[in-house]
Ligand binder design. Sequence first.
Ligand code: SF4
Ligand code: SF4
Length: 287
Amino acid sequence: MILSVASGKGGTGKTTIAVALASYMSEIQEREIHILDCDVEEPNANFFLKTSISVKENVYVPIPEVNMDRCNGCGKCDQLCEYSAIVMVKKKPMVFPDMCHSCGGCMLICPVEAISEVQKEIGIVEEGYIENLRYVGGRTNISQAISPPLIKAVRKHVVSGDLTIIDAPPGTSCPVIESVIGCDYVLLVTEPTPFGLNDLKLAVDMINKIGLPGGVLINKDGLGNDEVENYCRENGISIVGRIPHDRVVAEHYAVGDIVTYLLANYRNVFDSILDHADLSHLVYGGK
Ligand code: SF4
Ligand code: SF4
């Protein structure tokens, strides 16, 4: 069972909730719980968890390389590539590795087999443990623009049948879809502001289009207005929990012990999330 924690925008407290939920489940369960940080451009789940990393794996993608001795300058590779990752400059193909989606199409279409593949490192996947909580997270190399292959590499660490929390990137673009697709439930973390509502609508639209069940957690409850609440009610979306916008919570954020604070004070919220995601029987029943 995989539960993804996502949000239409950054800064909603998504990672904090993901880490706290995984920590809560690992407290209740004796068997291994996994948390996968798929927010590979800004991974900070382990900032809260502080596992000591025991495994690091470099991740590579294939990128075209042109043998200019063979190339006849026909331009078919340029015409095929939808991402402008290989373009003709003065009748010679030039590759832009950061734009390449590694589809292999240019290699296949080249009539004289002038294109081969070389491996380009795009980032790392690292792994660590705190007792029965296993952390796996990706981290893109600086200037690496395309993150889905690295997210795929992180998701390969899902253990079939085990309980897994995924910390998805913010937004609703390809990396988010790569992170949530195939999950059993998506928890959308939002804040009750006009910006929060706008991005929540996009996120709800995304999970509806993919066909995933989900619910909403309102963080900083009391901060703005009740439009998020009205939107959820009018659209039949469950609000599975709330974390208040108050000074005490902000102080714990500021000193970096927010996860400990949430675990001590908001266990009912985590129980509610597990209930809505239909995970309670697995978490509690497995002890
Ligand atoms: S398709 Fe092959 S031969 Fe044609 S320009 Fe590209 S690399 Fe050169
Ligand atoms: S592998 Fe695909 S994305 Fe990359 S340059 Fe070739 S056609 Fe473009």
